[in-house]
Design a protein around this ligand. Structure first.
Ligand SMILES: NC(=O)c1ccc[n+]([C@@H]2O[C@H](COP(=O)([O-])OP(=O)(O)OC[C@H]3O[C@@H](n4cnc5c(N)ncnc54)[C@H](O)[C@@H]3O)[C@@H](O)[C@H]2O)c1
Length: 254
């Protein structure tokens, strides 16, 4: 019960890593704000949390819209009185696989607006609340593509490198304010983004096999394995860690 009565906000919490993180906070006693653009699935997560005796609300938020993010943080505080932990998992990987010289501007802007500007909005408004109460923890879900390039998906790599830049810069700014800010950089995690999104591994057994064989552990990571790291970074077991971009990669960067 590391998060008993802590107020924990998770974006992208309707699915994948965000959902696993919201559930994990609830299991450890947190009061959880489940946020996403997907209302139906988000409300299902809230019901799941309720069914295990946890406390959660759903707040619809498109992180690429500043007024949505402002409302999300305000609603969190109106409902639960404060904000202790935030995990910013909302993001997209786009649908295209194209080299940089052919990549269309609208698809570039979509990823930049959500993954980079959206994450910046989240961190900005979360910090404002944490400063009022004297501390907190923020974790942003970047990617392995925030540490190395991702061919044929330049806006994804650029936006995820940018998330690491936000995290490192803000971590320094608030290091003496009792606010820690870290990034998680996963490789292949078995979520709808990877299985049904751009690479559609769920429908392409050969590509799935190749993706698995590419992993050092010869398996994909599970959302829970990322959620565990997010909770640890938000907990009192990592109090001297800030500004870190932590690979959760099954040995890929070894
Ligand atoms: N799955 C992987 O292999 C992997 C690897 C590295 C990084 N990531 C990152 O992890 C994070 C979570 O991805 P996932 O794998 O759980 O994918 P997912 O698709 O299962 O979940 C992403 C969630 O974000 C939500 N979302 C999308 N755009 C949004 C917006 N504008 N505002 C609010 N919510 C929005 C979606 O509705 C969805 O519920 C993403 O930031 C992703 O880039 C995933």
């Amino acid at each position: 019960m590391r998060f008993k009565d802590k107020v924990c906000l998770v974006t992208g919490a309707s699915s994948g890593i965000g959902k696993a993180t919201a559930m994990a906070f609830a299991k450890e006693g947190g009061r959880v704000v489940v946020s996403d653009v997907n209302v139906e699935q988000g409300e299902r997560v809230v019901n799941e949390i309720g069914s295990i005796g946890g406390k959660a609300i759903f707040v619809k938020c498109d992180i690429s819209k500043r007024e949505d993010v402002e409302h999300l943080v305000k609603k969190t505080v109106d409902e639960f009185g404060r904000l202790d932990c935030a995990v910013n998992s909302a993001g997209i990987a786009g649908n295209l696989s194209l080299p940089t010289h052919e990549y269309p501007e609208d698809a570039w802007l979509q990823q930049i607006n959500i993954n980079l500007t959206g994450t910046w909005y989240c961190v900005k408004y979360q910090l404002q609340e944490m400063l009022k109460t004297g501390g907190g923890n923020i974790v942003c879900v970047s990617s392995a593509a925030g540490l190395v390039g991702q061919p044929e998906n330049v806006p994804y790599a650029a936006s995820k490198h940018g998330v690491v830049g936000i995290v490192k810069s803000a971590a320094i700014e608030y290091a003496t304010k009792n606010i820690r800010i870290n990034a998680i950089c996963p490789t292949a995690i078995e979520t709808p983004m990877l299985m049904e999104g751009r690479r559609k591994l769920a429908y392409n057994p050969e590509a799935k096999e190749e993706a698995i064989n590419h992993q050092r552990m010869k398996r994909m990571g599970q959302p829970q394995e990322v959620a565990d790291v997010a909770l640890w970074l938000c907990s009192n077991q990592s109090t001297f860690i800030t500004g870190h971009a932590m690979a959760v990669d099954g040995g890929a960067f070894a």
